[in-house]
Ligand binder design. Sequence first.
Ligand code: NAD
Length: 324
Amino acid sequence: MKKILVLGAGGFIGNHLVNRLKQSNYYVVGIDLKYPEFNKSSCDEFAIGDLGDFNFCTKHITLAFDEIYQLAADMGGAGYIFTGENDFNIMHNSVRINLNVLDLAIKLQVKKIFYASSACIYPKYNQTNPDNPLCSEDSAYPADPDSEYGWEKLFSERLYLTAARNNNIDIRIARFHNVYGPFGIFNNGKEKAPAALCRKVAEAEDNTTIDIWGNGKQTRSFLYIDDCIDGILALMASNYTGPVNIGSEEKISINDFARLIAKVAGKKLGINNIAGPVGVNGRVSDNTVAKRELNWSPKYTLEQGITRTYNWIEEQLNVPVKTT
Ligand code: NAD
């Protein structure tokens, strides 16, 4: 039986990934600072602790795992990444995790590692036009990410690639673009735009307004969680060793995204654009490499994915169901 280690198994994507890996009957060990918030993890073993602490890692990463999925990172949405207050933690904590993981993976002769990178590595100068951002994998350099989070991801991509080059570990790197879905946090300050917008819409009275950070004209693409897990598994099964975008090519402005969620909720809501952290003007996945090398494309439209997500968040907030 394949033995698999999932780091960040208590997080949003890690938790969903563990569920999917267990469907294939693998033996799955999870590590995180916390358990998943909304369900019991299906890991066979789960250790709670700090992957930045090398002593903790040596106690809990002890097997020559067939595969490691490294998703643990100190991260959050715009309200966490762009305010500047968390910059040292974001860089320091995530680098430490990746150094520890690689030290032990080399020692234990782990065969294959998946590393979760991000679309935040792409340079600011290619994302100034909301209608035409450039995010192909080969546009990453000369580097100029818009956050320390992006710089850390870029450094760690390179760190994993050096382990592939010098230490004979098979490495796969995904650059995720805004992954969303049920069982993700929506109200602790680290939530990202889809969950935050669903929460605001769910909490708003009909015929009122909701606040949106920035002018709302900034564009993004959003990937439904089931598609993300399919993409991770397709990448791991492929022979492609360079970083690959795992995202959606369905571009939408943040104001239009809020309108879409209001439509899903059956509410008439105005939009009040206010000052707030927003990031680049435009960003959308370019899936040319994923289609060619992994034969992977998302299956869910944004409307399908956000409907499932909205319904789940509304349920969590215990909003009374409309009777008329
Ligand atoms: P998440 O925050 O839900 O999961 C990350 C997990 O890592 C958390 O459960 C956290 O507790 C854990 N963690 C952080 N520091 C740790 C430490 N020192 N020791 C042990 N565990 C620690 O985030 P997610 O959305 O599931 O993202 C997973 C990965 O994908 C992250 O590396 C993230 O940077 C990357 N990513 C996610 C997105 C997205 O849209 N969700 C986009 C781009 C990249």
